[in-house]
Design a protein around this ligand. Structure first.
Ligand code: UD1
Ligand code: MG
Length: 492
């Protein structure tokens, strides 16, 4: 047994006996996010269907702190209602002016009477994983630390606070980029902005902070040195995956974070038994659920509260938003929103399905068909070039190519009802409100304005007449006239 093996084993043993206990979590999110150049506050920008802060809060909630406080300021009129929605049990603390992370912490702790451990985080790190936080908390407790900072080694540490360690490897201080000497700037271990403190110790030291730095702010980071100097135990704990702590300050970092989140989400689904042919062009929101043996072809985007049932085939180039797709359905090159797609149903290519639509099992909706707020029965087919709006269609029915449900009279929308086993002829206009009985037919090209009883054939079109010899008389000398003459046509 090598020394490091036994050390790892001892570490694990220490951790396993420690109960993860978190009294309070504080998220600092009052900053302005100037570099986003946006009307939207930074933490409300979205990746993978959640706001930046919602990603972080989802992980923090999983740690079950007894109390969660969020410091907001800039853009609070938008941030506050969002937090009420995604984190209704958290306490919102307002920081009127941005005097630095130390100042934000002072305000957050001002009326806190709890004792124990507080976790402090920045609101703009959406990639941070709960598991990493949990390990951080475990190490903090196992080592009986009073102040711990989570660190990372970055390929390019520019802009971050640097971790200064003594010759024994213990943390001495955190020095901001702007306050760092050229020597210190060479350090590639940085402060992630995630900390654990004993609450009482932190309160005592955060009160004493001074603005003796280049930015003229109160730095939370200065507390580490003060606690260390007071003789209490402070630690720097290295996170293994530096991508988790990447903060978002501009749109380039927003896209980088989105791509990392995409890969992470796709990986989770693939490990759960989903085939993703091209993970780089498949974008799935964090909120989407997918069962096993689903296949997703390139260029697909699964959004919001979508659920995909097992063995379904999605894509290529398909967008599905807020839909329930049941087992073994197929959706090819289509855009589907707010719909329920039945088991073994077939959609696409080039189909647009809008909110309120329900396709029953084995339904088929084909090329260049738009469906809105309609129900399509079991095994019913709308195969080509149709618009169906506000309609209820029974089972076993076939809707001929280019049929249009005329649901809008220019002022109001009206309902259309089509029964079971109906055959709507191609190019039928169904002028709503109208009802077609079970087993009825319509003649191709009809404009149906009256109900058709069960079993009847509805014909509503001009009767055809042929004007013999017309082409020879009115278009003489054309190729058409020559061909007609060769075929035996005459002028009269
Ligand atoms: C901070 C750390 C730095 C670390 C980096 C990690 C300090 C002094 N420096 O630097 O060591 O490497 O984070 O990303 O803490 N905030 C407030 N109120 C304020 C100021 C900031 O709520 O008055 C919030 C911001 O919204 C943000 C977080 O605190 O979520 C960090 O603030 P920011 O100004 O981004 O600090 P950095 O300069 O990035
Ligand atoms: Mg920052």
């Amino acid at each position: 047994d090598t020394w490091w093996r036994s050390k790892i084993r001892q570490d694990r043993k220490d951790r396993s006996v420690v109960q993860v206990q978190l009294e309070v979590a504080v998220v600092l999110a009052a900053g302005e996010g100037t570099r986003m150049k946006s009307q939207t506050p930074k933490v409300l920008h979205q990746i993978a269907g959640r706001t930046i802060i919602e990603h972080l809060l989802t992980e923090v909630h999983a740690l079950s702190p007894k109390e969660l406080r969020i410091v907001i300021g800039s853009g609070r009129e938008l941030v506050e209602p969002h937090l009420k929605e995604v984190s209704p049990n958290s306490k919102i603390v307002i920081q009127e002016e941005r005097n630095g992370t130390g100042h934000a912490t002072q305000i957050a702790l001002a009326d806190l009477s709890r004792k124990g451990t507080v976790l402090i985080l920045a609101g703009d790190t959406p990639l941070l994983k709960g598991a990493t936080l949990k390990e951080f908390i475990e190490s903090h407790h196992a080592n009986k630390s009073v102040a711990s900072v989570l660190t990372a080694e970055l390929p390019d540490p520019t802009g971050y606070g640097r971790i200064v360690r003594d010759s024994d490897g213990a943390i001495e201080a955190i020095v901001e980029e702007r306050d760092a000497t050229e020597d210190l700037k060479l350090i590639d271990e940085i402060n992630t902005g995630v900390y654990l403190f004993d609450i009482e110790t932190l309160k005592e030291h955060v009160k004493k902070l001074k603005k003796n730095n280049a930015q003229g702010e109160l730095y939370l980071t200065d507390v580490i040195k003060e606690i260390k100097d007071s003789g209490a135990k402070a630690m720097a704990i290295l996170a293994l995956d530096f991508t988790e702590i990447l903060g978002i300050n501009d749109r380039v970092q927003l896209a980088d974070a989105a791509a990392l989140m995409r890969d992470r989400i796709n990986e989770r689904h693939m490990l759960n038994g989903v085939t993703i042919i091209d993970p780089t062009t498949t974008w799935i929101d964090a909120t989407v659920e997918i069962e096993s043996d689903v296949t997703i072809y390139p260029g697909s985007w699964l959004v919001g509260k979508t659920k995909i049932g097992k063995k379904s085939v999605i894509g290529p180039r398909t967008t599905i938003k807020d839909c329930l797709v049941k087992e073994a359905a197929s959706i090819v090159e289509s855009n589907v929103t707010g719909a329920e797609i039945g088991c073994c149903a077939n959609v696409g290519p080039f189909t647009f399905i809008r909110a309120g639509t329900k396709l029953a099992d084995y339904a088929k909706v084909g090329a260049y068909v738009e469906i809105k707020n309609s129900s399509i029965g079991d095994g019913t087919k709308v195969p080509h070039l149709s618009y169906i709006g506000d309609a209820e269609i029974g089972s076993g029915t076939n809707i001929g190519a280019a049929t249009v449900v005329v649901n809008y009279d220019g002022v109001d929308k009206h309902k259309t009802k089509i029964g079971n086993d109906v055959r709507i002829g191609s190019d039928t206009m169904l002028v709503a409100p109208v009802e077609i009985g079970d087993g009825a037919y319509t003649a191709a090209g009809s404009v149906i304005t009256d109900d058709i009883p069960a079993g009847a054939m509805g014909v509503a079109r001009g009767k055809q007449r042929n004007i013999l010899g017309w082409v020879l008389r009115k278009r003489s000398g054309t190729k058409s006239a020559e061909s007609a003459r060769r075929a035996g046509a005459t002028e009269n």
